[in-house]
Ligand binder design. Sequence first.
Ligand code: NAI
Length: 358
Amino acid sequence: MIATSVDAMTTDELQTLCAASGDGLHDYEQVVFARDPATGARAILLIHSTACGNAFGGIRRWRYRDLGAAFADVQALARAMTWKCAMAELPAGGGKCVILDEEGLDRRAAYELVGDLVAQLGGRFHTGPDVGTTVSDLQTVASRTKHCATEAHGDLSGSTASGVFAAIEASARAAGFALPGKRVLVQGVGAVGSKLCERLRAADVELMVADLDRAVAEAAVARFGAVAVAADRATSTPCDLFAPCAVGGLIDEVVARRLPTRAVCGAANNVLASSSAGAVLHARGIPVAPDFVANAGGLIHGVTVELSGRMPLPERFARIGDVVGDLLLQSRRDGVPPAELALTAAKARVAAARTRRA
Ligand code: NAI
């Protein structure tokens, strides 16, 4: 593990933060804390594992409570990228970058800072979009490094939506229903959520949307004929399938006990706040597609273009549905929550890759 502080904090502060994270820094290969001396913009870049290949992970810009919360988020996100690559059988590993959004952030400087960090890693880390990062932000990053997916790579969030849609079809099947005429609630109608809505609308579902940004929700109502649900009612509004496409940590045990749905499948990373929340939903007989399997479409797209220069075939996204379907079937047969099964399988693949490399 290499922990580097680039003009961000003293060694003492770094040690305190690492100790407070409570997750053991030895789990990670590299962490870089960075602050742009001119503007004060701060970012954390974390490489979780390169056992299966160089790390891939997007850039999240988010208003965190403090540096510790940002660090906890980047750890969970980077780890999920490793498992996601493993389950998608990609020759790639997991990493992530977060920018600490704050009042007066010099956005351009923040993304330039990230571009410089990625460039310094010389290909050990490839980056791309995530929550809060736009196409123009990615162009800023790409002005500093060639290891950044831009529009030239194609529509990554569209590919994520394609994979999620295949996973939704499989989840609905596992819950015992077909999509036409059923109520699907999409929480978060951003880059992925809006493209998912397009596909759901074409599948004749009764679409409901919830977004913190009212203008975004209203645009989705107008565009897809959806019914708007207040953002704070997203997890208490009855639906046949709940598709979380906003941020993670949404479903804790309390939410899991009462979530009025028959299946859960969306794009949001780390949507289960804990494994016990997954266990509660499993006990209620609600299939939950493991997020890091369902939302791998954009990653498959980005890694394929980056490593082979070719666009992935559509069948590659359909396969996500097959993998989710198999996991949900096995979950019911073995009485084990699907996220646990997926995690066990992913860890086994990473361990096997590590052994092969040793
Ligand atoms: P985005 O930033 O384009 O959209 C997120 C949307 O969620 C925004 O419209 C925002 O207003 C809304 N939102 C945030 N918090 C909310 C809340 N509490 N309730 C309701 N709405 C809320 O982000 P994007 O790219 O669509 O990603 C969505 C999720 O999918 C994230 O968790 C991301 O990590 C995950 N993901 C995205 C991928 C991609 O290709 N963009 C790939 C894999 C996962």
